[in-house]
Design a binder for this molecule. Structure first.
Ligand code: FAD
Ligand code: SF4
Ligand code: SF4
Length: 475
């Protein structure tokens, strides 16, 4: 084994080629190229095959990382693919967009003295190769069962649950209010992080596997929760969180002050070549505009990087803490800076100024004060520090909250937390309504794709147990 592995001492970490910023700005294609076979094999061979693999422990899916790295280093790619797929329904997507620096790679044991194994890029390489080799096939269940499951939401939580349930032979119906399946994978995350055909081939495979998609079908408009419960033997709510957190400052009601997701959804639809009036009429197109994005998380990073690609005149990211304390990934900040985004640290909006539409943001400087209950230093305005910055489009990226699901679903009996997330029994993921389960962001609050997949898998496992019990009761 040592021959093909443990190379971290002699072989340096190497990332796949990164496209130059100038080239990236010309399109919405991904930033990183694919490893070639030699680089993937070499990088996988840096793994030290730890006895206690912290990478595996810190992967929310408990991926068998050392095993598929070893198989890759040995050139046994089809086996590596099977192993990677046994714990993850979308490994090539996680390989692209997981914040690996906080998860698997950030906990790689060799990271202390050498740079971490590039786990995410190898995972992407393995499964992209599997797609191109034709190893990823539609699911053909061994039995067809007569019980059916209705899933509300075609994001990663809903899709992962659907796949696991279909493998077991259940009849699976997914309802989504959008015209395409994928949730935030298609309409939130921009193409430069995740190209849309990567998502499309996953959802296409599920369709070929016999899962029935009901698109443009909003629960609360086309049907209520009760209608779905009548129709199916179990329900999974996987609707995500979409209501943008507001900002209470003077002038916030002016025109051209928009929520991050409205902006990103429109941009993603345009990327599909759709007719999108809000973009086509110039309202949500950043071209030629001074854009100010407010917030410091990954959504804010996606907005600023979308705006520079649309040809904005200037793009500023206004964040109330400093670089070291921002929630967004350091890698994304670096990418954004390379692409021409200006970060205005320790600054917050005091007011939006304009006649009918925003013309400027009046901002003030902030400083970090005493730590709050969470231990983070709370930002506070510096008196007399106000200044103006020109702005024709302001984008609010301040986080997301759930919609009022009990009201929307016509189901006041559905129990939710005081934040509006669906309350579930954490062992079974069942809500207070018999046979109604929930998974993903609608349970956790805004989180990560990898956690949504994990929840979808866990919920599917509980739903299988529930359906078997129901069947036994009838027999
Ligand atoms: P979603 O992906 O939100 O899917 C929910 C689906 O439910 C949607 O398709 C929606 O249309 C549908 N739906 C909602 N209500 C109804 C209804 N009433 N009737 C029918 N359908 C309904 N995570 C990462 O790991 N890496 C990243 O780089 C990353 N970038 C992100 C960038 C942005 C801009 C955003 C907003 C999030 C990002 N995330 C990222 C977080 C990640 O996308 C989410 O955690 C994940 O998608 C949650 O999955 P989900 O299945 O719970 O919900
Ligand atoms: Fe790392 Fe995410 Fe892959 Fe897990 S799923 S190994 S955290 S990239
Ligand atoms: Fe390999 Fe790093 Fe995981 Fe250890 S922690 S098994 S070196 S990837």
């Amino acid at each position: 084994m040592a021959e093909k592995l443990l190379k971290f001492v002699s072989l340096e970490q190497e990332m796949p080629l990164k496209r130059a910023a100038k080239q990236r700005l010309a399109d919405f294609r991904e930033v990183y190229a694919e490893f070639d076979t030699a680089s993937a094999t070499a990088q996988a061979s840096r793994c030290s095959q730890c006895g206690v693999p912290f990478c595996h422990i810190h992967c929310p899916l408990g991926n068998n990382i050392p095993d598929w790295l070893r198989l890759t280093a040995e050139g046994r790619l089809e086996e590596a693919f099977l192993m990677a797929s046994s714990t993850n329904n979308m490994p090539e997507i996680c390989g692209r967009i997981c914040p690996q620096d906080r998860l698997c790679e950030g906990n790689c044991v060799i990271e202390k003295d050498f740079d971490a194994v590039t786990i995410g890029s190898v995972e992407k390489y393995i499964v992209d190769t599997a797609w191109s080799e034709g190893w990823v096939r539609p699911i053909r269940p061994l039995v067809e069962l007569d019980q059916s499951v209705g899933i509300i939401g075609a994001g990663p939580a809903g899709l992962s649950a659907a796949e696991e349930l279909r493998k077991a032979g259940y009849q699976v119906h997914i309802y989504d209010r959008h015209d395409r399946a994928g949730g935030l994978l298609v309409y939130g995350i921009p193409g430069f992080k995740l190209e849309k055909d990567v998502v499309g081939r996953r959802t296409g495979r599920l369709e070929q596997s016999g899962i029935i998609f009901h698109l443009d079908f909003e629960i609360g408009r086309e049907a209520g929760l009760a209608d779905l419960r009548e129709k199916h033997d179990a329900i999974l709510i996987a609707t995500g969180v979409y209501r943008g957190r507001g900002l209470k400052v003077p002038g916030v009601g002016l025109g051209n002050i928009r929520e991050a997701l409205d902006y990103l959804i429109v941009s993603n639809k345009k990327g599909f070549g759709d007719k999108v009036p809000e973009y086509d009429n110039g309202n949500l197109d950043a071209k030629g505009k001074n854009v100010v994005v407010i917030g410091g998380g990954d959504t804010a990073m996606d907005c600023v990087r979308t705006a520079v690609r649309q040809g904005a005149k200037s793009v500023k990211c206004l964040y109330r803490r400093d670089r070291a304390n921002m929630p967004g990934s350091a890698r994304e900040v670096q990418n954004a800076e390379e692409e021409g985004v200006e970060f205005v640290w320790l600054s917050g909006p005091e007011a939006f100024v304009g006649k009918t539409a925003v013309e400027a943001v009046r901002a003030y400087k902030m400083r970090l004060g005493a730590p709050d209950a969470t231990g983070r230093q709370a930002p506070e305005p510096v008196p007399g520090s106000s200044y103006m910055m020109p702005c024709d489009l302001a984008i609010l990226a301040l986080g997301f909250e759930p919609e009022d699901l009990p009201a929307l679903f016509g189901a006041p009996e559905l129990r939710v937390s005081r934040w509006g997330t669906v309350t579930v029994d954490h062992a079974s993921m069942m809500s207070n309504l018999d046979g109604v389960f929930a998974a993903g962001d609608i349970v956790r609050g805004a989180s990560l794709v990898v956690w949504a997949i994990r929840d979808g898998r866990d919920a599917a496992s509980s739903i299988k147990t529930y359906l078997k019990t129901q069947k036994a009761k009838v027999a």
